[in-house]
Design a protein around this ligand. Sequence first.
Ligand code: KMT
Ligand code: NI
Length: 178
Amino acid sequence: GIEAWYMDESSEDQKLPHRLKPNQPVTLRQLEQIGVYYWKLNADIYENDPELQKIREEKGYSYMDIITIHPDKLPDYENKVKMFYEEHLHLDDEIRYILDGSSYFDVRDKDDRWIRIAVSKGDLITLPAGIYHRFTVDESNYTKAMRLFVGEPVWKAYNRPADDSDIRKAYVNSLRCS
Ligand code: KMT
Ligand code: NI
């Protein structure tokens, strides 16, 4: 399963865990409250997995592709790693299924504190449209992930600040009644 924790404020290497001392864990329930959802699947059978198929049908995840984030596989690796780490939001949910390796998704909580979510093989995670977030590889420098999308993918990222956008307002509003 995934593990999540509140991050320290240090500007050291983004690939390090950045745990507080003592560690301040974040539960799945807390993640759900900010619209982050999680499934555990068997990544060894992703090419023909009825469980994945069921989720895709129920959620309408018609699109998928696979990205390998590794210095030898992804052109312009270090620049892309930096880019993924810019705080941003999207107009749609970000849905990622980790097929191999490990990495971190960071999301802002209701009080604007960073939560770090460690994902690895078999973790399917969804971040809601409008949430401020970022992504980084960890020290392993390797993640293979399936990117899922409802319909034709729109990858555009809106860097913070995007507080006046309708999607941000809708997301912030959704937090009040949950
Ligand atoms: C994103 O949205 O940050 C990415 O696509 C990065 C890699 S997906 C595990
Ligand atoms: Ni994103």
